[in-house]
Unconditional design. Structure first.
Ligand code: PMV
Length: 353
């Protein structure tokens, strides 16, 4: 597949409007997001509906770029992720393509080529950016004419956290009440440039995680004694975080984000057997961030289902935060990102058939 399809400046917002070169073939870019109020638990496994709402920030300098070409008459899908083919990932991609094909009422096979500019095993929600980019590109290739809310709903079916990467900046994913999931969608809370915080990611292991998030969520809901209080206390955390974001209140956002992160891990730790996603360096990084904050540095941490620590800070603090995290034994490297845009179409190719 032609990699030259990608324009050099993929983040140029004008590219959003340069569509209309052809059909069935498009490329899109999406960025990972990091939850500040965590999603951990599904109320419907098939529709991927969350037990609680969540709030996240979308990053900018880390991305997935995905090219999708539907080929009329082709029976099978061919999927390449970072230049390789992986059976488990291909299965998830094909399930996502099936949803797109169902919408378009076609049965064409597709060629999918997807690349990340960050290590897939770095615990950086590559499934969020991956499926947001896939849905964005696939919907464009089939000319489905979906708005961002509908795209977020489709992305949710493929990977829960992908629903939030459809939007940029600060994003809320609502739990929804309806059984069909039509009210469980992502909503933009604040654009990235309205409060341009930065994120340093301390990578403490590149080993693939042992228990994926879906399995971890199921196991936790079945066996953790804290499940009911996790669900009961989430609405208050969402309100606090939403208000802190709208008021650009860093200290309030720091407190509720660390609280939600630690509460999610306490919930998982209390499962039987307990899920321990941290290593020693993760814990040292948490102490480091807390020490910096006590010294007046505007920074807080959050950690997902893996050992990497994400330190969210004011732009003025990023140098100091990165330098401090790099000093910690066991930190392999520190990535750095600002907040960015939602998934966008970056190119549309002509139909070759
Ligand atoms: O949707 P998944 O399978 O990527 O699960 C995401 C789970 C967490 O990253 C731990 C929390 C979150 O809200 O992103």
């Amino acid at each position: 597949m032609p990699t030259t399809l990608y324009p050099a400046k993929s983040m140029n917002p004008e590219l959003r409007t340069t569509a209309a070169l052809g059909k069935f073939h498009a490329a899109a870019q999406a960025q990972p997001n990091i939850a500040l109020v965590k999603y951990w638990g599904k109320r419907d496994v098939v529709l991927n509906l969350p037990t609680t709402g969540s709030i996240s920030i979308t990053l900018d300098s880390l991305w997935t770029r995905t090219e999708v070409r539907f080929v009329p008459g082709q029976a099978h899908d061919r999927v390449s992720l970072n230049g390789r083919s992986d059976a488990a990932e291909t299965k998830r991609v094909v399930a996502c393509l099936d949803l797109l094909r169902q919408r378009a009422a076609v049965d064409w096979g597709a060629e999918v080529d997807s690349r990340n500019n960050f290590p897939t095993a770095a615990g950086l929600a590559s499934s969020a950016s991956g499926f947001a980019a896939l849905v964005r590109a696939g919907a464009q290739a089939l000319d489905l004419g979906l708005d961002e809310t509908e795209l977020s709903m489709l992305a949710r079916r493929c990977s829960g956290s992908a629903t939030r990467s459809i939007f940029g900046g600060y994003v809320e994913w609502t739990r929804g009440r309806l059984a069909d999931g039509s009210d469980s969608v992502a909503l933009p809370l604040l654009p990235a440039d309205a409060w341009p915080l930065r994120v340093a990611v301390a990578v403490t292991s590149i080993a693939a995680k042992q228990i994926g998030s879906s399995e971890g969520m199921r196991h936790t809901a079945q066996s953790s004694p804290f499940q009911a209080s996790w669900v009961a206390t989430q609405p208050a955390d969402l309100t606090t975080a939403r208000n802190a974001i709208l008021a650009r209140d860093f200290d309030a956002l720091a407190l509720v984000s660390e609280h939600s992160c630690l509460k999610m891990h306490a919930l998982a730790l209390a499962a039987q057997p307990g899920l321990l996603y941290w290593n020693g360096a993760t814990v040292e990084c948490m102490h480091c961030v807390r020490t910096l904050r006590r010294q007046g540095v505007p920074v807080f941490f959050t950690i997902d289902a893996g050992p990497q620590l994400k330190a969210v800070c004011a732009p003025s603090a990023i140098g100091q935060v990165k330098a401090a995290l790099r000093e910690i034994p066991g930190v392999l490297h520190v990535l750095d990102s600002g907040l960015g845009a939602g998934a966008c179409v970056i190119a549309i190719g002509a139909l070759e058939a």
